[in-house]
Design a protein around this ligand. Sequence first.
Ligand code: SF4
Length: 173
Amino acid sequence: MLLTGYREEIFLPTCNNTFQSVHCIAHLDQDISGALPYLNAVLGGDTYIKEPPSVTFKLYGKLISVHGDKIAVNALRDEAEARHILEWLKEQINDAWGKRETITPKYDGKTIPDFLTIYRMLPKTNCKKCGQPTCMMFCSQATNGALGAADCPDITEENKIKLADYLSQFRFD
Ligand code: SF4
């Protein structure tokens, strides 16, 4: 077994603690960097960053980032759900590591943000305040990093945070 334990921190988002969801960070007892390309291969990560290694998944409506020394999960219903997902991830990490001889490691993820994922978070009013003629055009610009969550003045605070979190998983070189 690679990962034997972790220390969890569960908290409300500091920017707006009226949200109904909680965030969670697990500080890992072991360095699992070596398992990340195998975990990425098994679970199909949305993004994979080589240095320092990390893999990010969108699963069950949560954004899950797994690093060598920690795991971050957002948009959780409550502490019970946080613990359930962390235990599931621990199993997946150990399973992928245990089967690494039979898994082809994967060192990349989906390379650009998903258009519809961005669109769903926008107000969809085509108000043009971002300088784009439509919300669709905003999405096109956001998928290549030219615009971000802060560029839409009418987006809800909740979606602004979600969109910024989502886009932060990609590198626009
Ligand atoms: S400012 Fe926001 S709502 Fe208005 S067009 Fe741009 S993306 Fe759409």
